[in-house]
Structures are given as C-alpha cells and as structure tokens.
Design a protein around this ligand. Structure first.
Ligand SMILES: O=P(O)(O)OC[C@H]1O[C@](O)(COP(=O)(O)O)[C@@H](O)[C@@H]1O
Ligand SMILES: [Mg+2]
Ligand SMILES: [Mg+2]
Length: 335
C-alpha cells in the first residue's frame, strides 16, 4: 500500500527548501511542527488540564489573554529559540520583538512572526482554533543586531508562511512560494503526512464569512456587498451561505477548500479593523495567493502594504478571486 509522504520528505522531494541553503526550511518547519504537536496536545485536554479561561493579563492589544494564548506563545518561543537559523521572533502576545541569543545565532538568516493561538474566544467552547506563522529573511547584515526593520517587511517579502489548525483533525498548511500544501497529523505515528497537495480555491464560491453583528460599523460598500450576496438570483446561485466561526484559521481553511470569501472590514474594533497585518493578514494572504485566491485591503493587494509597526491592523478581504474583486468594486464605487 502506497503510504503518504511526510512533511520532511515533501520538502526534500519538491526542493521546497529556501534557495539560500539546504536544510534551513526543514529545520524551521520541524520546530513549528514540534511546537504545533505540543499545543495540539494541550488543546485536546484543555478541559482537564485547567488551561481554560483567562490568564488574568492583557496583551499589547488590550485583549485579555487566554491561558492557552500564553501557553502556546511560550511553546513556540521555546521551540524556535534554539534553532540556529532564527535570530528573532515577534508575536501577538509580546509587545516588542524578541532577539534570540546573538552569539549562538551569528548565521541566523530568518525572523519569525506568530499568532500563537488564533481564535482565542473559541478555546473554552471546544471550537477549532489555530496558530499562524510568517517567515522573512532578515534585512540586517549577519553579525549585526536584529532591528525592527527585520520584522517590518511587506508581505511580498515573506519566504514562508502557514498555519496549524487544531480541528476535527490537526493539519499544518504552508507555502514557500511554490503552491500551498496541507499535511494531516497522524497521532498514532506522531507525524504530519501530505493530505492536500497544491490546495486551490475555486474561481468563485458561494459562502461568505463575516461577523454581521458589526454591520452598523461597516463601510457602505461592504453593506452593499452583503445585500448583494443575500439577494435571490438563481442564475448566479445567490443567496450565498453564511459561515463564520470566530476563528480566522478555520474560516479561511474551509473557504480555501470549499470556496468562499472572508471579510474583516475597517471600522470594526479599530479604524483598520481587527486583524493584524504582520502575523494574521500577510501569512494568510501568501497562502491564499499561492492557492489561486486573492487577498485585498479593499483597495489593493494587502501584501504590498508597508508595515509601520508590529501590531498594526489592516482591513482583510480574502478568498475566491471573483468575490474579492466584487468587494473591491463595491468599495471603490463609494469613492
Ligand atoms: O469576534 P470577532 O470580532 O468576530 O473576531 C473574530 C476574529 O478574531 C480572531 O479571533 C482574532 O485572532 P486572535 O484570537 O488570535 O486574537 C480571529 O481568529 C477571528 O476571525
Ligand atoms: Mg488571531
Ligand atoms: Mg491570537
């Protein structure tokens, strides 16, 4: 019986490694894979391990941290810190970026940005959550101090991005710019196996994902898009179905497989919306574009935005090209 390819085998077989030096991507993804298994283990027993509920502190975004936010953050940091090829890390749960031991990392080419636990509001109610990661090659010369500019790069400069989704099965989905590929965790063997090679969005979907409870704050172009998807038009297969679970990773994953569009507009939670450009929008945009989808801030390619600070937010419209184009059209009618 033909067995599935493991993540490590896939990287080697498909020359997915970074073009700079063989083995660096494998090493990086193996650290992320290990941390993902550890977080997965904790999530699966959250109800028993007393890691439900709030950690009692707020993060830099003023959001009350869940215990699992903090635990996941610590697990990813402890696993990534000791990799010789990573010189620094930024996280949703840390105010500033972390520099890993400079002496040991003289040849560390990469910085990693993470949302260690995405979908925090769902942890205590057993709904799918995830982890999101984004990888850049540092800009500062080797041997010099890591700087904020190493992290404040546009999404187009990412060398790798991906997510773990802790759902009915645990998966790791990643890209290095040669397609978006999904690996499913087999807990009996303890490995991730290739289950979704070359994931692709359909050209158009019939699902929209948005928290309509924020309708009053939406730009009028988005209100018009929602009205449009809800109109009866049998020829165009409207109305769409509404699917929104409060975990971006889960909504994104479903829409990429079945077709659909995810919206988190400006004007909700902040003038630029809720989702963070560096460790939520950009990695998901890289994956979406590699899967034949589109990701916009409503006016242009979100990965071309030049970040100014670590935790800045951005409006986020991501999914099937046809529907993202339609959203941009409605928004641009308003200007
Ligand atoms: O509750 P809202 O405002 O609809 O926001 C839900 C969104 O917030 C998030 O939970 C934000 O991510 P975090 O959980 O990492 O803070 C997304 O996963 C999700 O899509
Ligand atoms: Mg998140
Ligand atoms: Mg988070």
């Amino acid at each position: 019986m033909e067995r599935h390819t493991t993540l490590g085998e896939f990287i080697i077989k498909n020359q997915q490694d970074f073009p700079y030096a063989k083995g660096e991507l494998t090493s990086l993804l193996s650290a992320i894979r290990l941390a993902g298994k550890m977080v997965n283990q904790e999530i699966n027993k959250a109800g028993l391990a007393e890691i439900r509920g709030k950690a009692g502190k707020e993060n830099v975004q003023g959001e009350v941290q869940a215990k699992l936010d903090v635990l996941a953050n610590d697990m990813f940091i402890s696993t990534l810190r000791d990799r010789g090829d990573i010189c620094g890390l930024a996280s949703e749960e840390l105010e500033d970026f972390l520099v890993f031991n400079e002496d040991r990392h003289k040849n560390a080419n990469y910085v990693v940005l993470i949302d260690p636990l995405d979908g925090s509001s769902n942890i205590d109610v057993g709904i799918t959550v995830g982890t999101i990661f984004s990888v850049y090659r540092r800009l500062s010369p080797l041997g010099t101090p890591v700087t904020a500019e190493d992290f404040l790069q546009p999404g187009t400069s990412q060398v790798a991005a991906g997510y773990l989704i802790y759902g009915t099965s645990t998966m790791l989905v990643y890209t290095t710019g040669s397609g978006t590929h999904g690996f499913t965790f087999d807990p009996g063997i303890g490995s991730f196996f290739l289950s979704h090679p070359d994931m692709m969005y359909p050209q158009s979907g019939r699902t929209y994902s948005i928290n309509e409870g924020n309708y009053v704050h939406f730009p009028s172009g988005i209100k018009k898009f929602i009205k449009w998807v809800q109109e009866l038009d049998e020829e165009e297969n409207r109305p769409f179905s509404a699917r929104y679970c409060g975990s971006m990773v889960a909504d994104f994953h479903r829409n990429m497989i079945q077709g659909g569009v995810f919206l988190y507009p400006e004007g909700t939670k902040s003038p630029n919306g809720k989702l963070r450009l560096l460790y939520e929008c950009n990695p998901m945009a890289f994956l979406a574009e590699q899967a034949g989808g589109k990701c916009s801030d409503g006016y242009g390619r979100i990965m071309e935005r030049q970040p100014k600070e670590l935790h800045e937010r951005a409006p986020f419209y991501c999914g099937c090209k046809t529907e993202v184009d339609k959203i941009e059209w409605f928004l641009q009618q308003e200007n």
